[in-house]
Design a protein around this ligand. Sequence first.
Ligand SMILES: NC(=O)c1ccc[n+]([C@@H]2O[C@H](COP(=O)([O-])OP(=O)(O)OC[C@H]3O[C@@H](n4cnc5c(N)ncnc54)[C@H](O)[C@@H]3O)[C@@H](O)[C@H]2O)c1
Length: 345
Amino acid sequence: MQAPVTFFDDLNSDFIAQIDALKASTVFILVDENTQQHCLPLLPKEFVKKATLISIQAGEENKNLTSCQKIWDALQSSYADRETLLINLGGGMVTDLGGFVAATYKRGIRFINIPTTLMGMVDAAIGGKTGINFNKIKNQIGSFSQPQMVVVYKDFLRTLPDREFTSALAEVIKYQLLTEEISNLNALFSKYKNYSILPTLISTCIAIKQRVCEEDFKESNHRKMLNLGHTSGHAIESFLMDKGVSILHGEAVAAGLVVAIYLSNLKTGLHQNFIDYYLSKIDEVYGKLPLLKEDIPALISYMHHDKKNAGNEIKFVLLRNIGDPVIDVSVSEMEITYALNFYIG
Ligand SMILES: NC(=O)c1ccc[n+]([C@@H]2O[C@H](COP(=O)([O-])OP(=O)(O)OC[C@H]3O[C@@H](n4cnc5c(N)ncnc54)[C@H](O)[C@@H]3O)[C@@H](O)[C@H]2O)c1
């Protein structure tokens, strides 16, 4: 069962009533330094006053064991018990990390995700995947664990930096490539933070993700499609992070989508007409990441760590057509090299 997602126009009595209904012994709120500054003040003051705050450093580089330890420590030293509720108030970094901490503290306490980024609302807070990065590889340690609920309040996005907003659009393009269900893609690209289309956009993305995860929660089959663009995207993200380059998850996924589209044309017959539209849009919005041809062997080596692989083969999600994904396509290192060469140019 997927966690219920509730959309709120304000975070007052209904919100508090829903949390009270969980009858938690104590409530902890996990924030990073930015969500502490910008998002915590939007929660009801009385509610925040009664909770215990745990604050961690922002940034993907902190989605790690050290941060987990800090949170476990804070929970333990404040006597959190099995009936404690952890509220993850933040983007995908906070909900991935907080969800994992909750899933493992005393063998599992309840948690709620309150996504504050577009990436969190359309993707990360939904679907029950939690985890951390380990030994410089993305999401190596984690669990499938559902929050009690996901709270969507789009006014959090008012303080979100434009670069973060644009980064999340890569996941929206991914949903469109997988399902053809996103309307207004052009409006989205031409007017960033177009608030009038956000409610429909967010609810459509959530509905797609929940539907897919409902059918295959543990990603043994169908759910793998949501990894479109992520095999090379995660490799690019890990590689650039390791080099100290500032890279956002969605920016790496956008590059990964280019690689997947190229390979779909090569291997699963995606028609050239579709390719041109999406490639030019992605190029227009994201430009090119600082990758060189000599980085390709290292990128391929990162791809070997992808969780979808079996044995030594690298598996991709590709497209036969827009709205028609194919999972588990084995792609040779030579074909990946062609595709990365195409991206790097
Ligand atoms: N579990 C999943 O299914 C899933 C899906 C997609 C992505 N992810 C993960 O999500 C992470 C990326 O998530 P993200 O893009 O939300 O990044 P993030 O959580 O790092 O947030 C991006 C930045 O925005 C700041 N921020 C958050 N909300 C803000 C607000 N309202 N106003 C101002 N600043 C704000 C954060 O402090 C951070 O600096 C990655 O770790 C990725 O692997 C997980």
